[in-house]
Design a protein around this ligand. Structure first.
Ligand SMILES: Cc1cc2nc3c(=O)[nH]c(=O)nc-3n(C[C@H](O)[C@H](O)[C@H](O)COP(=O)(O)O)c2cc1C
Length: 315
């Protein structure tokens, strides 16, 4: 998730467990072949066999509208060690869409086909090439056609975020659509949208008949959600993570970010606030803490408060 789940967050979350693989933020491809640094910036794991420190495989995501440029850059990603490439047809950002990338392409199933086909043919058959779509741009009229275009282009699997572009992130995900598309496809369909608890997962599975699921915001709202879902699968449900462990994770994220000398304290503080804002949906304590650090300008000040709170819950 752009600006939220970077390699530090992937490192932390996959250490908790439950993930079979995870996906990077997208590399936005224009009309040029990018230098290796552009890929390493988004996916430093390329230097470590495309795995997080916990050993979870990482898929590199690309976004763009030009089939040739996408193919050339996918080839480069493969040369750099990517084991899997995912193509983003879901990003709703006005900037991205104005450059003919992301969800705007859902208006053109044929172009979706051409992009995936070009990428698929440019890399080894051993490399997984997948695509992530929404149900459509303004409405769901082309949902099936787009999903079929992904399948026809020989994608390894498809992830469907069960909203349209116009739905943004607000409306409830339309899981019933996942079931419809799943019935019509032969490639695996990964269900995505509004899975924020084990109950959501169970209902989504029931409605979609899917076997694979992608977490979005739920991954940061409830940091051990994947582990809980995995345990539920194994018929050995576990209790959600305690707040004391969650606060340690937030401190852990700031520690990891600070090991990177190019990241300014202000950015680390911003990410701390951002995570607390997500966490408050699950943990009321995060809301209180967020209120206390919201106006703070200095990372050091926020860290003192966080470690005091950490100590007081642990005591
Ligand atoms: C801030 C933010 C950034 C995101 N960035 C990406 C991205 O880079 N690539 C991607 O495939 N999806 C991205 N997404 C979409 C999520 O992966 C997911 O599809 C979407 O949030 C729906 O799932 P949810 O309702 O469980 O959050 C982003 C979502 C948010 C809120």
């Amino acid at each position: 998730m752009e600006g939220v789940i970077d390699h530090h967050m992937r490192n932390l979350l996959t250490r908790i467990g439950g993930y079979h693989h995870c996906v990077t933020e997208f590399v936005r491809i224009t009309d040029q072949l990018f230098p290796p640094v552009a890929f390493h910036r988004i996916c430093p794991e390329l230097k470590y066999a495309s795995k997080t420190k916990a050993g979870t495989p990482v898929t590199l995501q690309i976004l763009g509208g030009d089939p040739n440029a996408m193919a050339e850059n996918a080839q480069r990603a493969a040369e750099l060690g990517a084991a899997a490439v995912d193509i983003n047809f879901g990003c709703p950002s006005r900037f991205t869409n104005s450059k003919a990338g992301g969800a705007v392409l859902l208006k053109e199933p044929e172009r979706i086909y051409k992009i995936i086909d070009a990428v698929r043919k440019a890399v080894s058959t051993e490399l997984s090439v997948s695509a992530k779509i929404r149900l459509g741009y303004e409405n769901t009229d082309l949902a099936l056609e787009n999903a079929k275009a992904v399948e026809a282009a020989d994608a390894s699997f498809i992830t469907v975020h069960a909203r349209t572009k116009v739905d943004g992130y607000h409306h409830p995900a339309r899981w019933e659509w996942l079931g419809r598309l799943n019935d019509a496809l032969t490639i695996p369909l990964v269900a995505n949208g509004d899975i924020n608890s084990v109950d959501d997962f169970l209902r989504c599975r029931e409605m979609s008949n899917c076997e694979d699921f992608m977490l979005g915001r739920g991954a940061v709202i409830q940091p051990d959600l994947a582990r809980q879902i995995s345990a539920t699968y194994a018929q050995n449900p576990t209790a959600p993570m305690e707040w004391s462990d969650v606060i340690a994770l937030v401190i852990g994220l700031t520690d990891l970010m600070q090991t990177q000398p190019t990241i300014a304290g202000k950015k680390v503080l911003g990410r701390m606030k951002q995570w607390l804002a997500y966490l408050k949906r699950q943990y009321p304590e995060a809301g209180v803490l967020f209120g206390e650090i919201r106006q703070m300008k200095q990372l050091s000040q926020a860290l003192v408060l966080l470690s005091q709170k950490g100590r007081s819950v642990a005591a």
